[in-house]
Design a protein around this ligand. Structure first.
Ligand SMILES: Nc1nc2c(ncn2[C@@H]2O[C@H](COP(=O)(O)OP(=O)(O)OP(=O)(O)O)[C@@H](O)[C@H]2O)c(=O)[nH]1
Ligand SMILES: [Mg+2]
Length: 212
């Protein structure tokens, strides 16, 4: 097994209440809360997974979807290597918002950013398919046109949550044991320093760590 750890900075974007924090809570703690509080500013969490015998550490910025926090988003996606753009399959407006995020990332973010389009809350459809307001094909088509990964998920049941992160990890070049990231003085950067660096960008109103 490769002993080097590849860190992936990942940001979640999407309309308020689509389930961004719930997806992260499912991925990081395998848990779900029916009454999750809206995120204030952003939350930072990490999770390690093994992908094809390599350790990948996700450094996750879970942003707030409420409009009053919209101006903070560039701070989080600017240095990110990957993004999840989340919508709610029962809320057409959230799919329109997802289109806006795709456009903004294509214009402003890292050109080789790996982006996954994620339609969440598919568990709601289990007993009532009428609740679906965004067809699976619509999501697939948009993702294909824009060159994105596509998943329909449920943070509630866990469907496709880990799969989404693993698919992103598989697209990002992994570090080999010989590679080591260095700072401007040529000193190797440890994982812990990396988290501090990520946290040092904190603006007022953000919460570092899990706000769940
Ligand atoms: N049925 C169902 N409910 C979900 C799912 N994911 C999230 N929810 C619920 O939707 C509500 C909003 O979830 P959050 O995770 O807080 O949404 P968010 O996108 O982080 O919202 P902001 O932080 O305000 O941007 C909560 O009541 C969750 O319990 C899901 O997959 N299925
Ligand atoms: Mg949230």
């Amino acid at each position: 097994m490769n002993s080097a750890v590849t860190s992936i900075k990942l940001v979640l974007l999407g309309e308020a209440a689509v389930g961004k924090s719930s997806i992260v809570l499912r991925f990081v703690s395998n848990d779900f809360s029916e009454n999750k509080e809206p995120t204030i500013g952003a939350a930072f969490l990490t999770q390690r997974v093994n992908i094809n015998d390599n350790t990948v550490k996700f450094e996750i910025w879970d942003t707030a979807g409420q409009e009053r926090f919209a101006s903070l988003a560039p701070m989080y996606y600017r240095n990110a290597q990957a993004a999840l753009i989340v919508y709610d399959v029962t809320k057409p407006q959230s799919f329109i918002k997802a289109r806006h995020w795709i456009k903004e990332l294509h214009e402003q973010a890292n050109k080789d950013m790996i982006i996954a389009l994620v339609g969440n809350k598919v568990d709601v459809l289990e007993n009532n398919e009428d609740e679906r307001k965004v067809a699976r094909e619509e999501g697939e088509k948009l993702a294909e046109e824009e060159g994105l990964l596509f998943f329909e998920t449920s943070a509630k049941t866990g469907l496709n949550v880990t799969e989404t992160f693993v698919a992103i990890g598989e697209k990002i070049p992994l570090k080999t044991a010989g590679d080591q990231e260095t700072d401007s003085n040529g000193v190797a950067i440890s994982d812990e320093q990396r988290i501090d660096l990520a946290n040092s960008g904190n603006a007022a109103g953000q919460t570092a760590g899990c706000s769940c």
